[in-house]
Design a protein around this ligand. Structure first.
Ligand SMILES: *Cc1c(COP(=O)(O)O)cnc(C)c1O
Length: 375
């Protein structure tokens, strides 16, 4: 966040049209156009959070009671909570060493009730989208990409969030584009867009949104953004590609040195040419703990709290705000969650460490730190 965001927010306030549906408002429309330009998506819809984006995407795709949605066992808990909010149940799938959902385990977890997959691009690391889209096609499943942690990243030249049927972005304070809180839905499908838009604005036909798409309004919620958010988001979005390019270069410089270490390996990457994330996987937990002691290592992924399914207490205990609003009661079969159900995920997280790329420091210093880790 900097002076440009400050000025943009001030301009939105000075113009005095704070809701996007004021006649003279323009920042939100422009932000959505910027998102489409950056990603190549046909439609984008700004919403108030990444969680909201996932829920709106599921609602747009018509996912609901009786449906099973495949989610990885390693992701921010929002990915597993979103299906619950539309009445579907999350089914947990192991990750592989790329730290993203394992396509082979997806196949094992598919049942006659599976409707959708939510692959999550974790920490700028893309999923194996070729394999995932092939499985989805074979089984007639909808793919909603959770690209909340990977805004601005591509997979084989295509923007994450635009490869599946729908995609979700987050702009919260931890993410590549940061406006405190915010999100967006992406899709190339006109009908999904019309439904997401209707859902995010209470089904408000009053605004004449939907007649172009011939989609009747249904009851929704309000997750519209205001013009101040969009003004700041436009500025942040301009910074994301240069920021990721710097990270990519830094990663390459450090990864080259780290590749020579012996008691660990670089995490495999589903699109190595554009890699931005830097993690190391050790052969044993003991080796990972030893690695963790070294200067320049941030932490072991096993310590990433609500990113690990074993810490999703409300989901594991199937607790909803009202007992009768329980998707698990509407599921077509008994769903059970146990702490050891995704043991492979726990094993990988136990052995994987994040490297601090120190973007605020000069490259020579970080090279030296990488040499220290590799030694
Ligand atoms: C941050 C995040 C979300 C939710 O985004 P919010 O904007 O915080 O609601 C969903 N999925 C993943 C993987 C995330 O990292």
């Amino acid at each position: 966040m900097g002076i440009c965001e400050w000025i943009a927010a001030g301009r939105a306030i000075a113009e005095g049209q704070l809701t996007r549906y004021s006649e003279k408002a323009h920042f939100t429309d422009e932000f959505e156009q910027d998102l489409c330009r950056l990603t190549g998506a046909r439609h984008s819809l700004a919403v108030t959070s990444g969680t909201g984006a996932l829920i709106a995407a599921l609602a747009a795709a018509g996912i609901g009671p009786g449906d099973e949605v495949l989610v990885p066992a390693y992701t921010w808990m929002a990915t597993a909570a979103a299906p619950v909010m539309v009445g579907a149940v999350p089914i947990l799938v192991d990750i592989d060493e790329s730290l993203t959902i394992d396509p082979e385990d997806i196949e094992r977890k598919i049942t006659p009730y599976t409707r959708a997959i939510i692959p999550v691009h974790m920490g700028n690391a893309p999923c194996d989208m070729d394999a995932i889209m092939a499985i989805a096609k074979k089984h007639g499943l909808i793919v909603i990409e959770d690209a909340c942690q990977s805004v601005g990243i591509t997979y084989k030249g295509r923007a994450l969030g635009t490869i599946g049927h729908l995609g979700a972005f987050s702009f919260n304070k931890m993410k590549n584009v940061n406006i405190g809180e915010g999100g967006a839905v992406l899709t190339n499908d006109d009908q999904y867009y019309a439904r997401a838009r209707s859902y995010h604005d209470l089904g408000a036909m009053i605004r004449g949104h939907e007649e172009r798409y011939n989609e009747p309004a249904f009851v929704g919620v309000n997750m519209k953004v205001n013009e101040i958010q969009s003004a700041m988001a436009r500025v942040q979005l301009r910074k994301v590609v240069p920021m990721l390019e710097r990270k990519r270069k830094r990663r390459a410089a450090m990864a080259e040195i780290l590749a020579t270490g012996t008691d660990y390996q670089l995490t495999p990457h589903n699109d190595a040419d554009s890699a931005v994330s830097l993690t190391l996987v050790a052969p044993t937990v003991e080796a990972a703990v030893a690695l963790q002691e070294r200067k320049g290592i941030w932490n072991r992924l096993r310590d990433s709290s609500k990113h690990i399914y074993t810490n999703w207490e409300p989901i594991l205990s199937k607790r909803t705000f009202h007992p009768k609003m329980s998707p698990w009661a509407w599921a077509k079969r008994e769903i059970t969650y146990t702490p050891d159900m995704c043991a492979r995920t726990l094993d990988i997280l136990d052995r994987t460490c994040v490297v601090n790329m120190g973007l605020e420091y000069p490259t020579f210093l970080m090279r030296r730190i990488a040499k220290g880790i590799a030694a």
